[in-house]
Design a protein around this ligand. Structure first.
Ligand SMILES: [Zn+2]
Length: 81
């Protein structure tokens, strides 16, 4: 599965899941994708990169020491060498 950020002709942004890029292309060509807000079928892909649903969650941001708690910048594990 793949999700695309889409935008309708009225400017509403929404996400839609597709089996593949080709699935999106086919549905877009057939005007089979409708905006959930206004029903507009003039839908285009937004510029953001698609995300692949690999079944894994996105990794948490980590600090320089590799601990997620340090992602904010102040490393909690800065021990004397
Ligand atoms: Zn819309």
């Amino acid at each position: 599965m793949i999700v695309f950020d889409l935008r309708c002709g009225q400017g509403h942004a929404f996400e839609e899941w597709f089996a593949s890029r080709a699935d999106y292309d086919a549905k877009a060509a057939a005007a089979a994708i409708a905006c959930p807000t206004c029903g507009d079928v003039h839908v285009t892909r937004a510029l953001s990169a698609p995300r692949i649903n690999s079944g894994a969650t996105a990794p948490a941001p980590v600090g320089p020491c590799g601990l997620p708690a340090c992602a904010g910048g102040a490393c909690q594990a800065a021990l004397p060498q």
